[in-house]
Design a protein around this ligand. Sequence first.
Ligand SMILES: [Zn+2]
Length: 151
Amino acid sequence: MKKTFSFDYLKYQSLIELSKEEYKLVMKAKEACGSSYAPYSNYRVGAAALLESGEIITGSNQESEVFPAGVCAERSLLYYYQSHNIGDSIRVIAIASKPDEKECYPCGICRQVIIDTEKRQGLPIKIIMTGADSATVIPSAKYLMPFIFEL
Ligand SMILES: [Zn+2]
């Protein structure tokens, strides 16, 4: 039996095409790149989450001399969220990077953790993945990875 996995997403050629709320969140993600610690890769990533209450929280990638001990911006954000803001669901996550010639997409581990968070809260998380002046927007984290690991 043949099955198909497909979905619609939005592609913006300029960030000013985003809604005001989305644009503000993207600017917070770009700002969060400033708190990144990335002396090894020189690839700074910032992530920002808009919560149901309107609050915005951010995270950034943090590298270590012990390479696997580093953590991506998305997981830095989500682990902070999970340990401080239980009960206030995430509506949108924006991701940005420096350099930003290409749009920044989450790695496989972060895709799993974002989807885990979405499943846990029972509400879709919109994902905005940005470059210098472009964005790809998907309506739910579940489209990041079709066959996630489940216990
Ligand atoms: Zn990652």
